[in-house]
Design a protein. Structure first.
Length: 173
């Protein structure tokens, strides 16, 4: 009997960008780069897990019979936190000590994956990042809103002298 199995793999690459880019400059330049060209800027890499709420959201999206169904975007906000985080679990409901959250800047679908890039300017998200995740299902710019759909450990110090992008690469295989 034929059957398909789907694996959800989320990889987050922190990439330190050259100079003091603005969001507009980033939006013009970044989408034109290949993955190989982007990898030159990679300074840190980690993997996520999809939370129980994230699994439910994916299944709701797959099962929605039409566009009028109440299905909301999966990756409304990328969030980073600074709280001590030793492990992540499927039952997690928040990014520990959430520092900031931003709407993803770009997304690029290629083959069986999507690269969701979130740009952090020199004044955004400065601090010691310990964990991160994607929020959806009613998330807003207010910290703590919406549903945490993915969660990952993260170890990076972001300073006000850097512009960076967090490339969240989700592969379904």
């Amino acid at each position: 009997m034929p059957r398909d199995e789907i694996l959800f793999l989320g990889k987050i690459k922190l990439r330190v960008l050259p100079g003091d880019l603005t969001l507009a400059e980033f939006m013009d330049w970044w989408p034109r780069l290949t993955e190989k060209e982007r990898d030159r800027y990679t300074e840190y890499e980690t993997y996520n897990l999809i939370t129980t709420a994230g699994r439910s959201q994916v299944l709701t999206y797959i099962g929605a019979p039409n566009l009028s169904s109440p299905v909301v975007p999966f990756s409304q906000y990328f969030s980073v936190g600074t709280g001590a985080t030793l492990t992540v679990n499927p039952g997690d409901s928040h990014v520990n000590t959430e520092l900031t959250r931003l709407v993803p800047s770009t997304y690029t679908v290629s083959g069986n994956g999507v690269d969701i890039s979130t740009f952090f300017g020199t004044t955004q998200g400065n601090g010691v990042w310990s964990n991160c995740g994607l929020y959806g299902n009613g998330a807003t710019a207010s910290l703590g809103t919406g549903t945490l759909l993915t969660h990952a450990l993260f170890s990076y110090v972001k300073t006000n002298t850097q512009t960076v992008t967090a490339d969240y690469i989700v592969t379904l295989s």
